[in-house]
Design a protein around this ligand. Sequence first.
Ligand SMILES: NC(=O)c1ccc[n+]([C@@H]2O[C@H](COP(=O)([O-])OP(=O)(O)OC[C@H]3O[C@@H](n4cnc5c(N)ncnc54)[C@H](OP(=O)(O)O)[C@@H]3O)[C@@H](O)[C@H]2O)c1
Length: 420
Amino acid sequence: MGQTKKLNHKINMISNLKIGLFGFGCVGQGLYDVLSKSSGIKADIVKICVKDRTKKRKLPMEYFTYSKNDILYNPEINLVVELIDDADEAFNIVKTAMSEGKSVVTANKKMVANHLAELVELQHKYNVSLLYEASSCGSIPIIRTLEEYYDNELLYSVSGIFNGSSNYILSKIFNENLDYATALKQAQDLGFAESNPLLDVGGFDPKYKLTIIAAHAYGLFIHPDDILNLGIQNLSLADIEYARKNGKKIKLVNTVRKLNDDEITIHTLPTFVAPQQYLYFVENEFNGVIVEAAFSDKQFYLGKGAGGHPTGSAVLSDISAVTYDYKYAYHKSLQDKKVKYSKDVLLEVYVRYSNAEELNLVAFESISEKGTDFVIGTVKLEKLLNNLSALQNSTLFIANTGKNVMQSSSEEKTAEKALN
Ligand SMILES: NC(=O)c1ccc[n+]([C@@H]2O[C@H](COP(=O)([O-])OP(=O)(O)OC[C@H]3O[C@@H](n4cnc5c(N)ncnc54)[C@H](OP(=O)(O)O)[C@@H]3O)[C@@H](O)[C@H]2O)c1
């Protein structure tokens, strides 16, 4: 009897969510709009914590506070929704909220990717939900899909375009001949870009999402520092012309794929994409995710990957999931047979240079083509990773040709596979 009473009390509590919201920027305001138009969900925003005391707000000031403790230690609040643009502070907020017994919904991919293993432990320790669908691919429900639908599938790969703002920039450059700076400014004005644009165009933001996806797809908790990410910030007219001449576009593509029964590999790289590939047609702020699996075969998910309302809708879906006490189970990490991350993989890359000395940063295994300012050849993922920070700070533009020449130590033969 006592037990039933307790359970009823718990269910009652979570079906009447009292939300403490951190952040009222692009996504915070998007969530507010989406939540106020959703009649089915029993959730009220009790307080909103923001930072800048000088900013004018769209809601009456009694909604707001500048002190995080007004939310974190408010016993009325049972759900913290964290939507700020400071990953370190977000981690402090999320840890404290969970230790206070509050469930958490967050969109902060950097924070989740950098601390995922610890966050999963805290979730178990305090028996609360920590959901972060909005952290990866905006409105595409990829995390819960991997977690629930593909929980027992043999996944060959999860790949695609996971960053709305760099895809918006690439679309404007390729389709409308806009220059890079104008396209970036437009992405920022439309609220697609992170406060620090290098997070997007440098491939950091998509890498954080890929880290999270890898945990749900393969049960691997890889630290983002251990994953290769090269971006589009050095893209030049010469690269665009080279792509056009070959009938291709350049997209910033995330890949996590199985090499064999024991190993997967993972990277974020600009990639030449041909018209027969799904990703060729993913434009502007849209994201596209391709899941290839043994039994369900290939599936393609397309949706808006950035912006207040699409991201707010993913946050709303997580809030709704908290009402029925949903928690990620991390099914793949619980399976007996675990895969390992291999960097012993050959990639074929196009490297365009303005300073020939910088080419030494790329330890080519073989070279197949040389132009006046570019080289195409194969390189080991591990060697690129060893020079990651120098490569990121160089003026080189490096792109996967789209022809992955994969070779892992335990593979008997080299397989040549197109991305799609
Ligand atoms: N924008 C997108 O399309 C998108 C998509 C997916 C995920 N996300 C993620 O969603 C999160 C929010 O992004 P956003 O685009 O909404 O950012 P934003 O527009 O820059 O808004 C950030 C908000 O956080 C508040 N804030 C910053 N530091 C704070 C602190 N220490 N305490 C309290 N409030 C603080 C700011 O307060 P003030 O208002 O006082 O400045 C502002 O309201 C980020 O983690 C981002 O990666 C964004």
